[in-house]
Design a protein around this ligand. Sequence first.
Ligand SMILES: Nc1ncnc2c1ncn2[C@@H]1O[C@H](COP(=O)(O)OP(=O)(O)OP(=O)(O)O)[C@@H](O)[C@H]1O
Ligand SMILES: [Mg+2]
Length: 139
Amino acid sequence: MQKILVAHDGSKSSDKALKKAIELTTNFNASLTILAVVPELYLTELADVDRNRISDSLTRETNDSMEKIRKSLSGKSIDVKTVIRQGDPAEKILETAQKMKVDLIITGSHGRHGTKKFLLGSVSSKVVDYSKCPVLVVK
Ligand SMILES: Nc1ncnc2c1ncn2[C@@H]1O[C@H](COP(=O)(O)OP(=O)(O)OP(=O)(O)O)[C@@H](O)[C@H]1O
Ligand SMILES: [Mg+2]
């Protein structure tokens, strides 16, 4: 196990996934990439100005969250980097995993939006369905 990718959306569930990812990265002496995807907004009823405003605030929030994580890990001696992408979260997670040839993708079971009604959120579910490498869904 050399490369691990963890998907982080700022949710509690993805914090749990990150914790597990750090544990595994340390134990396997692997390298860790933390990926956050800023979702594109497809809400057609929004005026462009509103869409841009929401998009800007989502981007800022994601940058802040990644910065916080980077800081909290700076003391630890693990090989870690953070990556921010924009687009469809599941697609970007899958694409990044393939491009980087990671050995394992780690996600939370749920994220920021869904209800606990479903067993898995739509992003983790799509990643499990389409990934070519092993996926660990942290509950
Ligand atoms: N934008 C994102 N960037 C990075 N990882 C994400 C993103 N969205 C979701 N994930 C990953 O997928 C996991 C599950 O989140 P998911 O979005 O599938 O559930 P949900 O938000 O509860 O439901 P849904 O989005 O389907 O309404 C998260 O814990 C995180 O690991
Ligand atoms: Mg979600």
